[in-house]
Design a protein around this ligand. Structure first.
Ligand SMILES: Cc1cc2nc3c(=O)[nH]c(=O)nc-3n(C[C@H](O)[C@H](O)[C@H](O)COP(=O)(O)OP(=O)(O)OC[C@H]3O[C@@H](n4cnc5c(N)ncnc54)[C@H](O)[C@@H]3O)c2cc1C
Ligand code: FES
Length: 481
């Protein structure tokens, strides 16, 4: 987690929950208290199921607190791709599931009375220089019965060449929503799950027994079976909250190389962008690049917050929601939301609660984790192999003082010594912090992230602070010596 906190944390207090001490039994256990886990548990509880949530830290403190919280079925240029790669029937399943998710949020915030700054808003994909892909996406959306239109001007303070508008989408304050639905759930916080064996879940404080288990830990931590580490990487992006920027009614996403994400929240505009694969931070500061954009787009704006987050990206751009692996009935997963985890968490809650209650769902097939494109997977494995190999020779290394002195104050660097490698960070006072440069997940070499002062893994996106404490999974321990 970044210590730079989102604006959602400013006006939400999430009640503290006890940690598990001793053993516990429930019909269903949900591991992970982000939007996906809490919504799934809420749906199960609403349908009369005895369910418990096990959360390693605090609920809502994972990626969910750092989202921009657009509730939209417009997920980039996805529908043209889905029609091409999956065909009409499966693409329609995706579109229907996402549209139903938007409606369910609307219902819960409206008729359900959840106070979460829910607001109807159209969403737009825009480009400042081209229209071909947008027109193609519009045709795909129309084919899938999504209400869409094409515009050549928007409320944005810069000209666009074109924009595809989806009507009837929404935005909200995600943590206030989470706080409301978590109220009556049984939750154990500061309860990290170390292993799952059959119906038994092993935590540091005790064992939980549950007939059905949902892994909603953002990146699944069970490597085998499932092999999710072969089929997903993580991508980071950055957000600035700006005051004194022109108020926005709609939600926007640019499709150009330097396209930005924008939405309003009252008097504030959230400007997002500068995405990159986790562990592959560009040379320049992502926050500074985004600040430059803010100065150009909203010259009078004032930055009140800046933060970053990351999300899991699947090989084919569709989340994995369903049975964890072919050989594990009763074990489920919800992951790979591709930066669209608000509607996809709702999709997961519907599909997984249906599945656990034995109810068929006609949108389930496209999300099935059992779809496995071996050729595409092998391509990814070859690409990632370079990262894995770099990490293989590492281990404990004592770095001589002379080597450490070469690292400038305020910077992090990989230091090589006698064929071994360590990660070294020196703060502005000259204090030095040395950690293993090897990721404890599967051994890839970590890279320094100067924006967040963290060591980030390019393989599957685990992150560690400069002292070696774990920030983001799938690793389950820190990288300190
Ligand atoms: C910059 C950015 C902007 C975004 N904006 C949007 C948007 O506008 N709209 C949208 O739809 N999506 C958006 N997303 C995506 C969305 O925020 C995420 O997909 C979503 O929050 C993921 O929720 P989650 O519940 O899967 O994960 P998390 O919120 O990370 O929750 C997982 C939880 O599992 C816990 N956990 C992990 N391991 C264990 C363990 N071993 N035992 C117990 N607990 C464990 C963690 O502590 C954590 O609390 C954005 C993403 C980014 C990066
Ligand atoms: S996250 Fe898998 S090797 Fe680092």
């Amino acid at each position: 987690m970044s210590d730079k906190q989102s604006i959602w944390t400013l006006d939400t207090f999430l009640q503290f929950r006890p940690s598990l001490r001793g053993n516990y039994k429930a019909d269903v256990a949900v591991i992970g208290g982000g939007m996906a886990g809490i919504l799934t548990a809420y749906f199960l509880q609403q349908r009369g199921v005895d369910v418990v949530v096990l959360e390693a830290g605090r609920i809502g403190r994972g990626q969910t607190r750092n989202t921009t919280a657009k509730i939209s079925c417009q997920h980039g240029l996805i529908y043209h791709r889905l029609l091409r790669d999956f065909g009409l029937e499966l693409a329609q399943q995706y579109a229907n599931a996402q549209q139903q998710a938007v409606e369910l949020y609307r219902h819960m915030a409206g008729a359900g009375g959840i106070d979460c700054a829910f607001q109807d808003a159209p969403s737009y994909l825009y480009s400042t220089c081209r229209t071909t892909e947008l027109e193609r996406e519009l045709r795909a959306a129309e084919k899938l019965w999504i209400p869409a239109g094409f515009m050549t001007s928007t409320e944005l303070p810069f000209a666009v060449k074109g924009a595809v508008r989806f009507a009837n989408q929404a935005q909200f304050q995600p943590l206030r929503f989470l706080q409301a639905i978590a109220k009556t759930l049984t939750i154990f916080e500061n309860t990290m799950v170390r292993a799952v064996e059959g119906e038994r879940i092993y935590t540091e404080g005790g064992i939980v027994q549950a007939g059905e288990i949902v892994v909603a830990t953002h990146y699944p931590f069970v490597n085998v079976p499932g092999f999710y580490f072969l089929r997903m990487y993580q991508e980071r992006s950055y957000v600035l909250a700006l005051r004194h920027a022109q108020r926005l009614e709609g939600m926007y996403l640019g499709i150009d190389a330097q396209g930005y994400s924008l939405r309003g929240y009252g008097e504030t505009v959230l400007l997002g962008g500068q995405g990159h694969r986790c562990g592959e931070h560009p040379a320049e500061s992502c926050y500074e690049s985004l600040r430059q954009a803010a100065r150009q787009i909203y010259p009078s704006s004032v930055e009140i917050r800046g933060w970053s987050a990351q999300d899991c990206m699947t090989l084919d751009g569709v989340p994995y929601i369903g049975q964890y692996s072919a050989g594990t009935p009763g074990l489920y997963v919800a992951t790979g939301f591709g930066k669209w985890g608000m509607t996809n968490s709702m999709v997961a809650a519907v599909l997984l609660s249906d599945s656990i209650l034995g109810k068929a769902n006609d949108c389930a097939d496209i999300f099935s984790p059992q779809r496995f494109h071996l050729r595409a997977t092998l391509r990814r494995v070859c690409r990632d192999r370079a990262h894995w190999l770099r990490g293989m020779t590492l281990g404990f290394v004592h770095v001589p003082k002379k080597r450490l002195e070469k690292v400038p104050n305020g910077q992090g660097a990989i230091v090589k010594y006698q064929g071994k490698t360590a990660g070294v960070y020196k703060n502005f006072k000259g204090e030095t912090f040395v950690v293993s440069a090897r990721c404890p997940h599967l051994g890839c070499r970590l890279n320094w992230n100067p924006d967040e002062l963290s060591w980030d893994c390019p393989c599957h996106g685990s992150r560690f602070d400069y002292r070696g404490f774990l920030i983001d999974n799938p690793a389950m321990q820190g990288n300190g010596f």
